[in-house]
Design a binder for this molecule. Structure first.
Ligand SMILES: [Zn+2]
Length: 417
């Protein structure tokens, strides 16, 4: 008999999103759903997922166990957000109004806005200040059901300031119930002092920053913004290869604002994920599928940037590319840190089914971060990270009201509504 100290009991539906990971093609819509299900855990790990009536036969629930009555509710895995820029200082919300008045990303950047403005504010902030600001953002993400999230550096663009951001991520990971996965994004933009000398900045990233970040074990991933005005495909590949040699696994911002060649770089260097992909074409999608690269799609960014288009999720799924979803929470165009909102846009702007979008926000997102062994689905042995939703699965796509009744991380109730 198994013992349990935490039980979510008698849910109308448990969408386990069970593996194998990643799910792709026609398999991406498989939720592994159990009607009338319960989930039980001991010491933060799942010991039982199955029909509610089997729980009593298989599991001895300890007398002081926490027991959530989930009748009328749907239980899904804790959301995994595989792409965020949570750690920064400064405020750029006024740029949204400029965009609404017709200014483009490039025009705002040329006028001193955009990433450069956040870089200036972040360089001026202390590590304590960065932690304090990001903590509030993490609390908001947890309230929307996110239990694991990737966080990038990339607003320092000097060795010292990038390290401060990564230290802030490490401290937040240690203190906050949401698990963080750190990514070094020193190549987020060419900093002002290197304008016109981007190769010199690439050399700094490759020869000084990457070795120091790797030596201090402050990041698990290396990322680069491959886009006109940021880094070329050649520079991006050089950075990701240098990262990989130092033990930092590659992922990439690809084809967000134009067909910049980023998806092909992802396939070439064997990146785990290519992110954004608003302008990816069929040839590049086939290269991603063949190389086993996950497409991390970020429709909230496309919405707030007013790109007028979204990543071709249907085409990617049909070509066999595993698709994950993230929020791209950031100071410029990531105004929502809600995974349910990302799921809503995936369904209504990118043509995904609700089942595909839920797998994208959980199991495939976990796989894109190399965390599918531990999180992303409700399976015995994995961490007890779960979200209890009011009502049925469609509560996820109801904008304007949070569907989240409870959030559980490692068998502890962290949000209850
Ligand atoms: Zn990003």
């Amino acid at each position: 008999m198994l013992n349990a100290d935490f039980v979510i009991d008698r849910a109308d539906l448990v969408a386990t999103c069970a593996g194998p990971a990643p799910r792709r093609g026609r398999d991406q819509c498989n939720l592994g759903a159990i009607r009338g299900g319960s989930v039980a855990a001991r010491d933060g790990r799942i010991v039982f997922v199955g029909p509610a009536d089997a729980l009593g036969r298989q599991v001895a629930v300890e007398p002081d166990a926490v027991r959530l009555d989930a009748r009328g509710c749907t239980v899904v895995p804790g959301f995994v957000d595989p792409h965020t820029h949570l750690v920064y200082a400064g405020d750029r919300r006024d740029e949204l109004q400029q965009r609404l008045a017709g200014a483009t990303y490039a025009e705002i950047a040329a006028a001193g806005g955009g990433i450069a403005r956040t870089v200036a504010a972040t360089r001026a902030a202390s590590e304590d200040e960065l932690v304090r600001l990001a903590r509030t953002r993490l609390d908001e993400m947890a309230a929307w059901g996110t239990t694991t999230c990737e966080v990038k550096s990339g607003y320092g663009l000097t060795l010292e300031s990038e390290l401060a951001q990564l230290h802030a991520i490490r401290r937040l990971d240690a203190e906050h119930p949401v698990d963080l996965v750190p990514t070094f994004l020193g190549a987020h933009d060419v900093p002002p002092e290197y304008r016109g000398r981007s190769d010199d900045y690439v050399a700094l990233v490759v020869h000084e920053m990457i070795p120091k970040v790797a030596e201090a074990r402050l990041a698990e991933w290396c990322d680069v913004f491959c886009e006109e005005g940021a880094f070329t495909p050649e520079q991006s590949a050089a950075i990701l290869r240098a990262g990989a040699r130092a033990g930092l696994k590659p992922r990439i911002h690809a084809d967000e604002l134009a067909a910049s060649g980023g998806a092909r770089v992802a396939a070439e260097v064997g990146a785990r994920s290519a992110d954004h992909l608003v302008f990816v074409d069929e040839g590049a999608a086939e290269a991603l599928a063949a190389a086993g690269v996950c497409a991390v799609l970020l429709p909230i960014a496309a919405l707030y940037l007013k790109l007028g288009r979204y990543a071709p999720a249907r085409m990617l799924i049909d070509r066999g590319v595993p698709v994950a979803l993230g929020t791209d929470s950031n100071p410029g165009a990531g105004l929502s840190s809600s995974m349910p909102f990302a799921i809503t846009l995936a369904c209504f702007a990118m043509g995904m089914t609700l089942e595909e979008a839920l797998v994208a926000a959980t199991l495939n997102a976990a796989w894109s971060l190399d965390r599918a062994e531990a999180v992303g689905s409700l399976e015995a042995g994995k961490l007890m990270d779960a979200v209890v939703l009011d009502g049925d699965l469609t509560s996820l796509i109801r904008v304007g009201r949070s569907p989240v009744r409870a959030v559980v991380t490692k068998g502890r109730l962290v949000v209850s509504g």
